[in-house]
Design a protein around this ligand. Sequence first.
Ligand SMILES: *Cc1c(COP(=O)(O)O)cnc(C)c1O
Length: 488
Amino acid sequence: MPPNASVPRSIPSVDRLLAVCSPEIERFGRSMVTELIRGLLAEVRAGEQPQLVAGDDFDEPAFTAILRTKLDGACAPSQRKVLNLTGTVLHTNLGRAVLPPEAAATVADAMTAATNLEYDLAKGSRGERDDHVAAWLTRLTGAEAATVVNNNAAAVLIVLATLAPRKEVIVSRGELVEIGGAFRIPDIMSRAGCRLVEVGTTNRTHPRDYADAIGPRTAAIMKVHTSNYAIQGFTAHVAEDKLADLAHARDLPFLVDLGSGTLVDLERWGLPHEPTARETLGHGADLVTFSGDKLLGGPQAGLIAGRRELVARINRNPLKRALRVDKMRLAALEAILKLYADPDRLCARLPTLAWLTRSRAEIERVADAVTPALRAALDGHAEVRQVECRSQIGSGSLPVDLLASVGVALRPLEGKRKSGRQVERLAAAFRKLPLPVIGRIQDGTLVFDLRTLDDPRLLTRQLAALDLGAGAGAGRMQAQSSATAIAS
Ligand SMILES: *Cc1c(COP(=O)(O)O)cnc(C)c1O
């Protein structure tokens, strides 16, 4: 290729630049450095980095400085820790439940060594991976048997695909929930190869609606937790024990998708009631499905508990292999389930529960600790006020129950007309911090709900790095109102 006439002869070769980049090669590897040098040289030749060439002079130190920034950017971890101050404790977009360090240590152990994942150490023969958690699950739910899959969507899928292929499953019209777009009960039914038979109306479903719908092709009656909405007013639904009787009288299984579900009665800590797996099985459900990373506070997983014969059929389904969980998650789940054996100390040990039960007074102390530092850092830019706010549990648990909390509201000063943009710039500046801080935008203010801030210093010690001049893309996540922040 003929040399470009506008390019100075002094542009060094890749080899020459590699020779002065040994610290970068040491850090990022020769191949990555070579690739980025080539890319940057191409930009120089295309005239996109005019500051690097003046006449015949090439600014090599400036070149390596840009290269270093590009390398840092290319190799920075994509998934990073953030401070979730959105007020949604289990935020699907922010990774739902946060695990305690003991559970994380168990995962690290399992990751960095061979384990007896599917090996019976006593017998020296093949074992079952689910056995590491099944005994805990049956003990905590009272079920005869239990098994684990990738997530609760997978749990519902495999239950339906196993028990009702090419058959009908009866569900109330009031329960045809969509969770975060991708998971809708009617769609999951068709993917599982079943036919959904809707009964009743949106607000009222009666026993006879179910009874009339049972026919020769019926395979199950299913109840679905209305995780992210509530139907209020003139309503009627059929109690679980009635549905179980109805199903059993016709030799059908009664299935309950609990969604979040929980293994302990949250009322014990003054939280609103959420059905427990034990309670639902006690009402006669033959199988329950629930998530590992919602109220349970563990890793992503779908838990299936209930009658031994049904669980055995699920485990024999070839789909099980496609939906099974790996050793890391089993290690995490085992560690979390073990904590439930001691409910008295659960709240102190499980971050999800610790946050949900945190007292207003304690959250206020955090607010008091961060407010002066925020005022100082935002002096001349935003007004900082402590506000009463309401946290939500999130991830489809108790959608209408909000927990009284305390937050700080940051309102940009001046320029009322453009306050929408200003608050987005403010939100963007907080997202650019070393530990990005995610709040929510509400009425032109950026609100940080402090329920989930354990140590005020996580916020205050990085305020010196806050760049308020930073240009800002519109904050997508913050732009959601607190009500729409619930995602699956
Ligand atoms: C959240 C939810 C699911 C999906 O659970 P994932 O763990 O997100 O896969 C299914 N059903 C109900 C009722 C839910 O609330």
